[in-house]
Design a protein around this ligand. Structure first.
Ligand code: GTP
Length: 223
């Protein structure tokens, strides 16, 4: 039987092509998969981590950035303990859409959800959004901030471990009340510590800024 102290749900949102799937794969599988297609609907993966001596199960939901899936993805916001809002530091339109994403979050997520702004693709040398601009936006909107590269594994572990640590802190500080109790109540034995959700697949990519960032193909990824 698998034993863990808390289960936290983390949902990734942001424009198509910013690298949400790659961040999740890097963290859960240690891979930077070539030729990721666009996410259809929602994918989820599970990883158990150890933080401050506690076993924590992270259920990570990777949502589709494409507009046409918005009604599906919105339904996953509500139960999230943390929301990671991702943009691409080399693609201004993905940053310009952040206020729209915040409106969605405001409307559909729990008001106390932990929000993290992530500027991904720091390995690219065609940066359009300076770090400071991202930082300021995050501060204005009461979000944590981190820049990452799924490709080079920069700050990816840190992102998820810091979220886990923060959520543990929150759960402990209101021990006995909603969040800790809810998380503890969800303790249950399940399968392996890393698993791929099955009700979505990857299909042909529609990318941000009109083109593929790194020669992505249409290879489909079974769900
Ligand atoms: N250079 C670089 N490219 C990246 C990085 N992360 C993702 N990419 C590329 O960006 C493209 C889109 O990545 P995905 O992870 O599929 O993007 P997504 O946000 O999940 O897209 P949707 O599923 O459509 O919402 C792919 O070509 C990736 O190879 C990164 O850290 N650096």
């Amino acid at each position: 039987m698998e034993d863990y102290k808390f289960l936290f749900k983390i949902v990734l949102v942001g424009n198509a092509g910013v690298g949400k799937t790659c961040l999740v794969r890097r963290f859960t599988q240690g891979l930077f998969p070539p030729g990721q297609g666009a996410t259809i609907g929602v994918d989820f993966m599970i990883k158990t981590v150890e933080v401050e001596g506690e076993k924590i199960k992270l259920q990570i939901w990777d949502t589709a950035g494409q507009e046409r899936f918005r009604s599906i993805t919105q339904s996953y916001y509500r139960s999230a303990h943390a929301l990671i809002l991702v943009y691409d530091i080399s693609c201004q339109p993905t940053f310009d859409c952040l206020p729209d994403w915040l409106r969605e979050i405001q409307e559909y997520a729990n008001s106390k959800v932990l929000k993290i702004l992530v500027g991904n693709k720091t390995d690219r040398d065609d940066r359009e959004i300076p770090t400071q601009i991202g930082e300021e936006f995050a501060k204005q909107h009461d979000m944590y901030f981190l820049e990452t590269s799924a490709k080079e594994a920069e700050n990816v572990e840190r992102l998820f471990y810091e979220i886990a640590a923060e959520l543990i802190g929150q759960a402990r500080s209101k021990d006995g009340s909603s969040s800790a109790a809810a998380a503890a109540a969800q303790r249950q034995s399940e399968g392996s510590s890393i698993g791929l959700g099955s009700f979505s697949a990857k299909a042909a990519q529609s990318n941000c800024c009109g083109g593929l960032a790194s020669g992505g193909s249409n290879s489909s990824q079974g769900g």
